[in-house]
Write a protein that binds this ligand. Structure first.
Ligand SMILES: *[C@@H]1O[C@H](CO)[C@@H](O)[C@H](O)[C@H]1NC(C)=O
Ligand SMILES: *[C@@H]1O[C@H](CO)[C@@H](O)[C@H](O)[C@H]1NC(C)=O
Ligand SMILES: *[C@@H]1O[C@H](CO)[C@@H](O)[C@H](O)[C@H]1NC(C)=O
Ligand SMILES: *[C@@H]1O[C@H](CO)[C@@H](O)[C@H](O)[C@H]1NC(C)=O
Length: 464
């Protein structure tokens, strides 16, 4: 043990004289941790200007409608099951540096990062029976957002719970159930009486995407998709090769191996925000930007503007928001706890963060400052909050501010984030007036079409 410690100290000492190469362990800024897409830590990405954005002169906040993604969670079963491979990669990297001496001349791992990877251990308490459970940090994320919004809107988010004034609902998972509890604890304290309404068998409000066949059949990452084409590009291939070189490999690791290290980096960074994950050291900041674009492309077609139909899926949620905020009656606070796809398709239905240019496999360079960055839209604990204001002395007596992760949403038909309610109703009229049962999913229409063509087929058959 002493010997190990001595080695550690020597290794740490070595970095004083280290080269100019990028060193994650010594980087104070770590800007790449803001680019971890749907695995970005909320604490890193959340807005800091709500101070200046929550107060609206001559207006009184009266109602809130919230769609909250669950907080930081444990990995999916496939990542948990791949943990032994990560230990193999760790040992191979150590061998590359210590025994084979195949580290590159430039952009090699610094001593500190090498040492971090060497010391890494998988937490063996994380087993598949607790897959995707909310973590301690995830609980804190939601307790934190509740406290923060309550600080700015104490007259709406009152500390006394009753089930007429508050309406809570979550999906049928551990991570959203716990997220709801954390949020309620943030508002009302421990051992509060808050409860959520029953979850219907078909949760069409919070998980419409589970009940739409046409949606599930959309190709967002398979062959011919833009994400797939991007993963065949020279930029992608060169990035995988560069990452492999940095880790001392003289061949290119598989994309699966590299994405496994990347996933662990992103999870660990979100589980313990004030620490650093040693796996993040495997990637130079510009390589993270290349990986980020792949995920953004995938989400763009899975739940963003890539397919027109994605904007229809959350018909019910948008309608629900409009009707709750229109009515003077209780509930005054509506909060739903759901998932990534739910939050992204909601943002898409509302036309938020839409780029003029389509995201494509081959336009990485023209979209470096794109609006569609899932890191900013949908981190762990990502949340969309609509605050309704009453403005009795204004010409326009009802207004709303939309917040996304504590940033006021800037829509071009609003005035620096402040929107006229009449304009909101006008802009989302197609959804407000739609029959969501038909509108939300193309397959309901497709079903009718199939019936019609079967009928024609039958008639044609009978005529012969
Ligand atoms: C390991 O994981 C378990 C389950 O998530 C957690 O309770 C524990 O704190 C973790 N241990 C360490 C050392 O991070
Ligand atoms: C419920 O809570 C709200 C806000 O605190 C309060 O105005 C209202 O009177 C309460 N209603 C009941 C039935 O207790
Ligand atoms: C990138 O690598 C893949 C798989 O190894 C290959 O099929 C593809 O042709 C490569 N792309 C380019 C542009 O070299
Ligand atoms: C909101 O409504 C008021 C009064 O009708 C109007 O003067 C103002 O331009 C509107 N604001 C926006 C951003 O459309």
């Amino acid at each position: 043990m002493r010997f190990l410690l001595l080695c550690a100290l020597l290794a740490l000492h070595g970095l004083v004289s280290a080269q100019e190469d990028y060193c994650f362990g010594k980087d104070q800024e770590r800007t790449q941790t803001r680019q971890f897409t749907s695995k970005t830590a909320y604490q890193i990405i959340k807005g800091t200007n709500i101070d200046k954005q929550y107060q609206v002169p001559k207006c009184e906040p009266i109602k809130m409608w919230i769609f909250h993604r669950h907080g930081t969670r444990l990995p999916t079963p496939s990542t948990i099951e791949a943990a032994p491979r990560l230990e193999e990669l760790r040992d191979l990297i150590v061998k590359n540096y210590r025994v084979l001496r195949t580290q590159p001349d430039t952009n090699a791992l610094c001593k500190e990062d090498q040492f971090g990877i060497q010391m890494w251990r998988w937490n063996s308490s994380i087993t598949v029976d607790i897959e995707e459970h909310l973590t301690r940090q995830g609980y804190e994320d939601l307790r934190g957002t509740a406290k923060l919004y309550q600080r700015y809107y104490p007259q709406v988010l009152t500390k006394n719970y009753n089930d007429t004034y508050y309406l809570f609902r979550h999906t049928d998972t551990q991570r959203t159930t716990e997220s709801f509890k954390a949020f309620a604890e943030g508002l009302f304290g421990e051992n509060n009486p808050a409860h959520a309404v029953d979850i219907p068998d078909e949760d069409l409000l919070l998980r419409p995407y589970d009940y739409c066949t046409a949606y599930k059949e959309q190709n967002y990452k398979g062959p011919d998709s833009d994400s797939y084409k991007y993963r065949q590009s020279a930029l992608w291939n060169n990035t995988l090769t560069d990452i492999s070189r940095r880790l001392g490999f003289q061949y290119t690791l598989s994309a699966d191996d590299i994405l496994l290290m990347y996933d662990m980096c992103r999870y660990e960074q979100a589980w313990q925000v004030d620490r650093t994950s040693v796996w993040c050291a495997a990637f130079l900041p510009e390589q993270v930007t290349v990986l980020e674009y792949e995920d953004d492309l995938k989400y763009y077609y899975k739940s963003g503007y890539g397919y027109e139909d994605n904007s229809r899926l959350n018909c019910r949620a948008v309608k629900d928001m409009l009707s709750h905020l229109s009515s003077p009656a209780s509930p005054h606070v509506v909060a739903y706890f759901g998932h990534s796809t739910g939050l992204q398709t909601l943002i898409t239905a509302l036309g938020i963060n839409k780029d003029d240019l389509q995201l494509k496999a081959d336009n990485y360079n023209s979209l470096t400052s794109r609006r569609w960055k899932t890191s900013n839209i949908d981190p762990f604990a990502g949340n969309f909050v609509a605050v309704k204001y009453a403005c009795p002395t204004d010409l326009e007596k009802e207004k709303v501010v939309f917040f996304l992760n504590q940033n006021a949403v800037q829509l071009d038909w609003c005035n620096v984030g402040l929107c006229n309610w009449s304009e909101v109703q006008q802009r989302y009229k197609n959804l407000a007036d739609a029959n969501c049962d038909e509108y939300y999913c193309r397959s309901s229409a497709a079903k009718i079409a199939t019936h019609a063509s079967l009928l024609i087929a039958a008639i044609v058959y009978l005529m012969h």
